[in-house]
Design a protein around this ligand. Structure first.
Ligand SMILES: [Zn+2]
Length: 98
């Protein structure tokens, strides 16, 4: 009977071990996935930048697209009502921004 209990415990410990291994495997996979995605994102940015350099028209169009802050056309970031609101909030909170 004791023998059986010990055997059962061994199996239990082994199972826990498997679980830990599985967990570790999943974590490694997750980290690898994130690293891969970051690399892909960086590659995309590089491609985009290269493409824009080769096509000044696109670059110009992007610059004319409008507000850098809120994305709306017709005004720039320094004239952006959203940006002004945030600036006011920030200064109210005591963080002066030049
Ligand atoms: Zn804006």
């Amino acid at each position: 009977m004791e023998e059986l209990l010990r055997e059962a415990q061994k199996v239990y410990v082994k199972r826990e071990d498997e679980k830990q291994k599985q967990k570790a495997k999943m974590m490694v996979a997750a980290v690898e996935e994130i690293t891969k995605r970051r690399q892909e994102y960086r590659d995309d940015r590089k491609k985009e930048e290269k493409y824009e350099k080769q096509n000044p028209v696109i670059r110009e169009r992007k610059q004319q697209a409008g507000c850098y802050y809120c994305g709306k056309a017709g005004h720039f970031k320094r004239d952006c009502p959203d940006f002004q609101t945030e600036k006011e909030t920030v200064s109210l909170m005591g963080f002066e921004e030049e």
